[in-house]
Design a protein around this ligand. Structure first.
Ligand code: ATP
Ligand code: MG
Ligand code: FE
Length: 356
């Protein structure tokens, strides 16, 4: 099976061809990602109108490049998979309409993919994981823990009740005058800071409710910064280090709770695993915390290469392959309307044997 994937839900324009032949491991034949970071940097965040226009300008070329890179012609492709939500609706429209046009012109089936399902299934593409496993998705738009039980069978066990974690990094950076995107710059500054200088709160730590919260932490950072302004470079470094320590601690508490729940719900599961996805997974302090937690709890810690952790189209093509292989009846994808909101636990489960 060869599937062309298209991803335009946020600020990356991406296309990829992924192949699965017989029983051999899947192969990413091409994976092109054009980031719009520079277009948005001046505004300190993603501007939807700019994003939609940038997708329009770039997408055709990106798809051509992905096909050329893969060595496959459109005729060799078995299906087109495109992100249909959740995300910024302007970008979703560009990607899904383009996919519909290609599918109609080339007489190929179209598969509408939930972006989060792409993240959820990536570890099967990269590491061949078996169901069930846990996914921790920490990006600019999402912070959730999902029990991945099968293709189309996802249970969200925790989500953020306010800011996403990447958003908290980006807002903290902005407050401290660090450039966008905030995450990598906060991490860089933190390297020369004292993590114990500020005792920031660990939101939700110890709570019986499984969810995340980061807005209180952000407020505490603002208050600390205001109290000692003007900030020296060392002040900024100390705030970043203290913020990162608080985040890692709070995140670790929430994750450890769900590892326990996983053991209870899937007692027979040998070799349980926690998979990370999303840009925040690049953070070394966070990664080290999760790694230690998993080691202690007897879970494998799976961190796919960063290029496949952040937004990309290989994960969308792969989700398409998983759905084709599972025999999902695609509810008439040609009529599918992009959804800015589309919770992962509401995606349709595969109906085995119904063909496509
Ligand atoms: P979506 O939520 O729709 O997947 P996104 O584009 O916001 O979209 P990603 O591209 O996966 O998500 O990740 C970007 C986020 O990751 C940004 O918020 C960025 O600050 C954060 N990030 C990147 N590198 C680091 C890092 N080293 N430490 C902390 N956060 C980071
Ligand atoms: Mg992004
Ligand atoms: Fe994403």
């Amino acid at each position: 099976i060869r599937v062309l994937g298209i991803e335009t839900s946020c600020d990356e324009t991406a296309a990829s061809v992924v192949a699965l032949d017989g029983t051999s491991a899947p192969e990413i034949l091409s994976n092109i990602v054009l980031s719009q970071i520079e277009e948005h940097a001046a505004f300190g965040g993603v501007v939807p109108e700019i994003a939609a226009r940038a997708h329009v300008e770039a997408l055709d070329g990106i798809i051509e490049a992905a096909l050329a890179d893969s060595g496959a012609k459109l005729a060799d492709i078995d299906a087109i998979a495109a992100t249909a939500g959740p995300g910024l609706v302007g970008g979703l429209i560009v990607g899904l309409m383009t996919a519909k046009a290609i599918a109609a012109a080339a007489h190929k089936p179209l598969i509408a993919i939930n972006h989060l399902e792409g993240h959820a299934l990536t570890a099967r593409l990269t590491d061949g994981l078996d169901f069930p496993y846990l996914l921790l998705l920490v990006s600019g738009g999402h912070t959730q823990i999902v029990a991945v039980r099968g293709v189309g069978d996802y249970q969200r066990w925790a989500t953020t009740i306010d800011d996403a974690l990447g958003e908290a990094f980006d807002k903290t950076a902005k407050m401290l005058g660090l450039p966008y995107p905030g995450g990598p710059n906060v991490e860089k500054a933190a390297a020369s800071g004292y993590a114990t200088r500020f005792a920031f709160p660990r939101p939700m730590k110890g709570s019986a409710q499984p969810d995340f919260s980061f807005s209180g932490l952000k407020t505490a950072v603002r208050q600390a910064a205001t109290a000692i302004a003007p900030l020296s470079d060392q002040d900024v470094a100390d705030i970043c280090a203290s913020f990162q320590a608080a985040v890692a601690d709070a995140l670790g508490d929430r994750v450890s709770r769900t590892l326990t729940r996983f053991r209870l719900e899937f007692p027979g599961k040998a070799g349980p695993a926690l998979v990370v996805a999303g840009g925040v997974a690049a953070n070394r302090t966070i990664k080290a915390t999760l790694e230690a937690l998993c080691a202690e709890a007897g879970f494998a810690f799976v961190a796919p290469p960063l290029k496949l952790c952040t937004d990309n189209a290989a994960m969308i093509a792969w989700a398409g392959i998983e759905r084709l292989r599972a025999g999902i009846a695609q509810e008439n994808a040609a009529d599918f309307v992009p959804r800015s909101r589309w919770p992962l636990d509401s995606v349709s489960a595969p109906m085995v044997g119904s063909g496509r």
